[in-house]
Design a protein around this ligand. Structure first.
Ligand SMILES: NC(=O)c1ccc[n+]([C@@H]2O[C@H](COP(=O)([O-])OP(=O)(O)OC[C@H]3O[C@@H](n4cnc5c(N)ncnc54)[C@H](OP(=O)(O)O)[C@@H]3O)[C@@H](O)[C@H]2O)c1
Length: 283
């Protein structure tokens, strides 16, 4: 390990959204590198269970619960981890998600909550850890984004805006601070199977994973690769992922056509009907 490594013995990683879904796999993969891993999420019971499982396999791990969508929570969490561990070397902004209900049906407050969780929280946490990282001239921030905006995935207006925003944020952050020892990477996910929101959605609708989905373990490996090799952007989806993403940008109509052809619109319609039914108060 060289003195600027942000992974490994003597280093501290903070991973958000580590109580369930893809974040658990990211935490497991980061923990394998050595060093201390701090898990966070809202559910103390889930965090405790994940921490016990990781500790049983030899990881050096602790957890702190926080509702990061609450004002001041991200800053308080970063401060507490720094106090307990003397600094944060790696921040993985993984917490996120989409209620998958129609934009016009949700209140503006519900929509803005999605924006907060997927964009404002990662920006706030990055801001909170950056000072410490710069003073140690060592740090890396990995942001978990999504292809949603690039492929016009149905019913994800605000989520897509947030995740595309995160790509721009990461690019500029990386460019501005890398020469001062702090880097940033973004991992752009297509549909993921095995665990997480995509798999839950399929289970909810009684549908099977398609060949367009990537196993969640690939995301965890991509995070470690991005840190080890200091990659600017990695795209996790089947096929020539980065090329596909560039082609989608060149032909903005391609994503919606592919969604229709792959049956994504019909499937998502079914999901949002289920979600709306659940959101209705019982008669
Ligand atoms: N799964 C996919 O197909 C897919 C595709 C593209 C991108 N992504 C992105 O990958 C990341 C992980 O997604 P996932 O599928 O693993 O989602 P998930 O299973 O729904 O897990 C989301 C995580 O975020 C935490 N979280 C949610 N709201 C929070 C809040 N207010 N404060 C603190 N933590 C909160 C949850 O923990 P608590 O409930 O305990 O708070 C949980 O640990 C997200 O950024 C998502 O947008 C996923």
């Amino acid at each position: 390990m060289n003195s600027s490594s942000t992974l490994g013995p003597g280093r501290t990683a903070l991973i958000t959204g580590a109580s369930r879904g893809i974040g658990v796999l990211i935490a497991r993969e980061v923990a394998k590198e050595g060093g201390h891993v701090v898990l966070t999420g809202r559910s103390s019971a889930d965090l405790r269970a994940v921490a016990s499982e990781l500790a049983a396999s030899g990881a050096d791990v602790s957890w702190l619960s926080a509702d990061l969508a609450e004002p001041g929570a991200a800053e308080a969490l970063a401060g507490e981890v720094e106090r307990q561990h003397g600094g944060i070397d790696l921040l993985v902004n993984n917490a996120g998600g989409d209620p998958l209900r129609e934009f016009h049906v949700m209140t503006i407050e519900e929509n803005l909550r999605t924006l907060r969780l997927n964009l404002v929280v990662p920006v706030t946490l990055s801001h909170a850890v950056l000072g410490g990282m710069l003073s140690r001239r060592r740090g890396q921030i990995v942001n978990i984004s999504a292809m949603a905006g690039r492929v016009s995935f149905p019913y994800t207006e605000v989520y897509a805006a947030a995740k595309d925003g995160l790509i721009g944020f990461t690019r500029v952050l990386r460019s501005d601070y890398r020469a001062r020892g702090v880097s940033a990477s973004v991992i752009i996910l297509g549909a993921i199977r095995g665990t997480g929101q995509g798999q839950r959605m399929l289970d909810e609708a009684g549908m099977k994973a398609s060949g367009f989905m990537t196993p969640a373990e690939s995301v965890a490996r991509a995070v470690v690769k991005a840190v080890r090799k200091d990659k600017a952007e990695l795209v996790v989806m089947p096929g020539p992922a980065r090329l596909l993403r560039a082609v989608m940008d060149y032909f903005p109509g391609l994503g919606p056509a592919m969604n229709r052809a792959a049956g994504a619109n019909a499937s998502m319609q079914k999901i949002i009907e289920l979600r709306e039914a659940k959101a209705q108060p019982a008669a």
